[in-house]
Design a protein around this ligand. Structure first.
Ligand code: SF4
Length: 320
């Protein structure tokens, strides 16, 4: 650590709401999806019950994380409406929604901007080679489609989180290409809050038969990512996927400054329980790092939000 600012590591006190686990893609490393039509969607009343129970906890961010309904499906409009309504409900109850529901149309993004303080989509990797392997049956993982989302988010002034999934068959050069693409889009629109570097971590449901990304490699990737990305973009790592304390601290020393949403369950990696706040503090504090909660929107983006959202955000900023 070299200065006072660099001694802070942030996280978002969050809870993940899943409108549906059904997904028309079949990424072979997925530990989340069910087949379309095989699982019921979360109702608004069930969501309300969950949210009521969170009222007295420190949860601020509601991450709306959904499997995807095909854009041409007759169910698409109902799926989108459910996501919208869940965001609106969370907002009404005083939480700050952040949606990640796969690629959306421009009009869908525009509507969700009204009920989200930020949104996200993992770019994962830009190499088209993965369309022959892990993404062979995942039409949403066409790289141009995902890049388009980042551009639209910029045009719509939506504060955005994206990231890379590491260790799904790409090369090291592919990492730099993907990071450079994020950097380039950000330099045009200045809308990327965070880039997540997520190590592939095998789970029980997946069919992709590969070892997890070795966390020992992560600090070096972060160091290079820090050189490629503009300084205002925060690098985020999921601490439950970098379990070894030594390597977690190594990642922070290398430039990661955010640990993402800490919630009771990591829905994407259900085999890897989140490390809770106190345990993280116990790891970080003895070596001089202060763990600080943050909102799902960074202060420099507050003015991009509607008046209603700005009011909701300022209540949280003033209470912290
Ligand atoms: S990783 Fe995401 S897009 Fe791929 S199958 Fe799973 S839920 Fe669907």
């Amino acid at each position: 650590m070299t200065d006072a600012n660099s001694a802070i590591v942030t996280y978002s006190p969050a809870y993940t709401i899943v409108p549906t686990y059904e997904c028309f893609n079949r990424c072979t490393y997925c530990n989340f999806r069910t087949n379309p039509g095989e699982s019921s969607w979360l109702t608004l009343s069930a969501a309300e019950e969950i949210l009521k129970q969170l009222k007295n906890e420190k949860v601020c961010e509601i991450l709306i994380l959904s499997g995807e309904v095909h854009p041409n499906s007759p169910q698409r409009q109902a799926w989108f409406q459910r996501i919208y309504d869940l965001c609106a409900l969370a907002l009404t109850m005083g939480f700050l929604p952040h949606t990640n529901a796969g690629p959306l149309s421009f009009a869908e993004m525009q509507q969700l901007k009204n009920v989200n303080v930020s949104m996200g989509l993992m770019l994962e990797q830009l190499t088209p080679e993965l369309l022959k392997t892990v993404h062979r049956y995942a039409p949403s993982k066409v790289p141009e489609l995902r890049l388009q989302q980042l551009k639209w988010a910029g045009e719509l002034q939506i504060p955005f989180t994206t990231g890379l999934l590491l260790g799904i068959g790409e090369t090291a050069d592919d990492w730099w290409t993907t990071l450079e693409a994020i950097s380039k889009i950000h330099q045009r629109h200045h809308h990327i809050q965070e880039v997540i570097l997520q190590p592939h971590s095998p789970g029980n449901q997946q069919t992709f038969d590969a070892l997890g990304f070795v966390p020992h490699q992560l600090p070096a990737v972060i160091t290079k990512a820090r050189q490629i990305l503009p300084p205002e973009i925060t690098i985020q790592i999921p601490p439950n996927l970098v379990k070894d304390e030594q390597w977690l601290l190594g990642c922070i020393e290398a430039g990661a400054r955010d640990l993402g949403g800490i919630s009771p369950k990591d829905e994407v990696n259900p085999d890897y329980p989140h490390i809770q706040e106190q345990e993280l503090r116990d790891i970080l504090q003895p070596v001089g790092w202060e763990l600080v909660p943050r909102l799902p929107v960074y202060p420099q983006f507050d003015s991009w939000l509607s008046e209603e959202l700005q009011t909701a955000v300022s209540l949280w900023r003033n209470s912290s």
